[in-house]
Design a protein around this ligand. Structure first.
Ligand code: SAM
Length: 244
């Protein structure tokens, strides 16, 4: 049920305003993202993350990466500059249509529709890197933690996962609403007042809960770095995980 709701909402968002829905930034709603600038944000983010990963002594093998929640391929395209092969996984067929239309990777990126609450289509220890930004925060809690555990299953023993989550709201009106209001009310406000094509949920994943979810997966949190690149309303953390 929750999965179907997520699929329905992101299919609508992908149909109406995919670039804005992927990266909500003032002045970009209604198809007004400059496509070059939009993809440049992905290149900057991925280059920084991979550099940090290397400084931790991780992520040296660059054969296959999995971009979870690929959207229109902003980060998949950037990963393709560093990896031989990238699998961009998304639940939304409309996002994937746009991703394929914008893809300039000459076959390095393969876009795959996710149809499940797990990553069962990916064998154990298959990829060198799982990468995900701006995704888990938009999922219901149980789905978000379930995928997080799956990331560790599909990563190779010498591989890594770089996962961005929102750990808590900062002190602001928006943050307060996210903390206190039920999702149904937020969804109503987003769709009726702000006229979003579909609601965007904000699920907070505090550090303690992340570490608890990772128990038993063999994950080691090698680093957890505060990252404010996606706006001041939320405290975002990028986790650098290995399989120990
Ligand atoms: C805000 S966008 C971010 C896209 C991309 N990660 C980026 O930063 O450019 C979130 C994406 O996650 C996707 N998504 C949501 N639930 C998903 C799921 N269960 N499996 C795969 N993708 C999912 C949405 O369809 C959407 O494209």
């Amino acid at each position: 049920m929750a999965f179907e709701e997520v699929r329905r909402d992101w299919t609508r968002l992908g149909e109406h305003d995919p670039l804005w829905a992927v990266y909500v930034t003032p002045g970009t709603r209604g198809g007004r993202w400059d496509v070059e600038e939009f993809f440049a944000t992905g290149r900057t983010e991925v280059a920084r993350s991979l550099e940090h990963l290397a400084s931790l002594g991780l992520g040296t093998r660059r054969t296959k990466a999995l971009d979870f929640g690929a959207g229109v391929g902003r980060l998949s395209a950037a990963l393709a500059e560093h990896f031989d092969h990238v699998v961009g996984v998304d639940v939304s067929p409309t996002m994937l249509d746009e991703a394929r239309r914008l893809d300039r990777s000459e076959g390095k990126v393969e876009f795959v529709l996710n149809d499940a609450v797990d990553l069962s289509f990916v064998p154990d220890a298959e990829v060198d890197l799982v990468y995900s930004s701006l995704v888990l925060q938009h999922l219901p809690r149980e789905l978000a933690y379930g995928y997080l555990r799956e990331f560790l299953r599909v990563v190779r023993p010498d591989g890594a996962a770089v996962i961005q989550v929102v750990s808590r709201p900062n002190v602001s009106i928006k943050g307060l609403i996210a903390r206190l209001a039920p999702f149904r009310l937020i969804a109503w406000g987003q769709t009726r007042l702000l006229r979003y094509p579909a609601p965007m949920r904000m699920t907070l994943m505090p550090p303690k809960a992340v570490r608890r979810a990772l128990e038993g997966t063999g994950a080691v949190v090698v680093d957890a770095v505060r990252d404010d690149s996606y706006g001041s309303h939320w405290e975002c953390v990028r986790y650098y995980l290995s399989r120990g």
